[in-house]
Design a protein. Structure first.
Length: 214
């Protein structure tokens, strides 16, 4: 099957959204926890988190257009300067998914979706108690992406809570051990299984994939 630019542009809205949202493959499954200045907690499933750099340790995520909908997550991040990123575990994918419903500002998705607020390290934003990886973030900056009115939110990792059994000797995180999930499109959750591991790739150590006789 082949879709060109015009096919994509003229596709019915929902079909285009589903196709384009799932075409890049698996995205990380996380919940962003925030709290407003007057103490109202908020939780939202977000699949667009990306690694920006390790030193300093920075993560970004994309917030969808801000035009007609008020985004509580963004408001809370801007007003308090902190947020948490929490892996979705396969035991609570339904609860995680329904945090995306547009609950009124005075309803906490923690309560509505049966997840538990947890506080550590004097961080004002709530962590998700049930999450196998909890990351405390300090907000740094946002960049507007003019092409589609989205915003890239950039933050610095301040704290990481993770079960040490899921860390290799070199500190790689094993997502299979943690039972963290991946997200496809806007509605599908995948179990992750590790199928390979390789050393840092150097030209002179590359196996001969060419089948050329030497
Ligand atoms: C699987 C999934 C992934 C999502 N990923 C994102 C995302 O990366 N960025 C975003 O802005 N919204 C994303 N959303 C939508 C938010 O979860 C949703 O708008 C949420 O209500 C925002 O909460 P808030 O209004 O309390 O900030 C996603 C929704 C689902 C179901």
């Amino acid at each position: 099957m082949h879709f060109d630019f015009t096919d994509i542009r003229e596709m019915p809205k929902i079909q285009r959204l589903n196709l384009i949202n799932s075409i890049t493959g698996i995205k990380p499954g996380n919940l962003i926890g925030t709290k407003s200045n007057d103490g109202q907690s908020n939780l939202a499933v977000i699949s667009s988190i990306v690694h920006l750099g390790s030193n300093p340790a920075l993560l970004g995520f994309i917030l969808r257009p801000q035009i007609d909908v008020r985004r509580h997550t963004y408001e809370n991040i801007l007003s308090t300067g902190v947020y948490t990123i929490n892996h979705i575990h396969e035991d609570f994918i339904a609860q995680a998914h329904y945090t995306s419903a547009k609950f009124p500002a005075d309803v906490s998705e923690f309560k509505a979706c049966g997840l538990t607020e947890e506080y550590h390290n004097a961080c004002y934003a709530p962590f998700v108690k049930e999450s196998p990886v909890q990351i405390g973030m300090k907000y740094l900056e946002s960049m507007k992406i003019e092409a589609n009115n989205t915003v890239m939110v950039v933050g610095q990792i301040e704290h990481i809570h993770i079960d040490e059994h899921a860390l290799s000797k070199e500190n790689y995180v094993n997502l299979e051990t943690l039972k963290s999930v991946g997200i496809g499109g806007l509605n599908s959750y995948y179990r992750l299984s590790k199928i390979g591991e390789f050393p840092y790739a150097r030209p002179h150590e590359t196996p001969d994939f060419t089948n050329e006789k030497k």
